[in-house]
Design a protein around this ligand. Sequence first.
Ligand code: GTP
Ligand code: ZN
Length: 207
Amino acid sequence: MTDGSPHPVSTPVRRAADIPPYDAARAEAAVRELLLAVGEDPEREGLRETPARVARAYREIFAGLRQEAEDVLTTTFDLGHEEMVLVKDIEVYSTCEHHLVPFHGVAHVGYIPNVDGRITGLSKLARLVEVYARRPQVQERMTTQIADSLVEILEPRGVLVVVQCEHLCMSMRGVRKPGSRTITSAVRGVMRDGATRAEAMSLILGK
Ligand SMILES: Nc1nc2c(ncn2[C@@H]2O[C@H](COP(=O)(O)OP(=O)(O)OP(=O)(O)O)[C@@H](O)[C@H]2O)c(=O)[nH]1
Ligand SMILES: [Zn+2]
């Protein structure tokens, strides 16, 4: 990303409560305009329902804008488990905020609970990824948000998030390099320690 990007990773993120309800009619009108702009006929048979379909699809694809990490990291248990918990290969579909085309791949989310051993349900880690993936995104910000929300809510001793994605904006257009993968990571607390980090990484890389 260029330094002059209008959407740097540090862009302040609006809270779900500050975002107006999804405007399906507006999305539909915009898709119709887009079809006209590219030279299509939105009235032809195959396209007649497309603006409404796309509006419904966008509601789903961007549903994370109206969710917060607190909404999904609800279930916590005090199991007294103080060792590393890692869920790997969580499938991710997100949308590049520069081109509004998908980027997709996997996320690996690990943490070391705090001394009380407070942990969350495993599925909640995958739900957390969804909250941040279902927004117009850049991969770096998504990775950071996943890590920081875990830190804030579970107060674990350490967190490691690794995301590996192919960006379709680099595959199907622009530089046209299909198959390249971008890897981002965010490491917090004791996961920064060499041995702990190495253990997490070997679990991620191991088959
Ligand atoms: N750092 C980062 N860059 C991204 C991400 N998604 C897309 N980009 C990049 O955002 C940049 C936008 O660059 P611009 O020069 O403004 O746009 P463009 O002319 O469409 O650029 P090209 O893709 O090179 O054709 C491109 O280099 C994309 O590869 C992401 O998640 N993280
Ligand atoms: Zn892009």
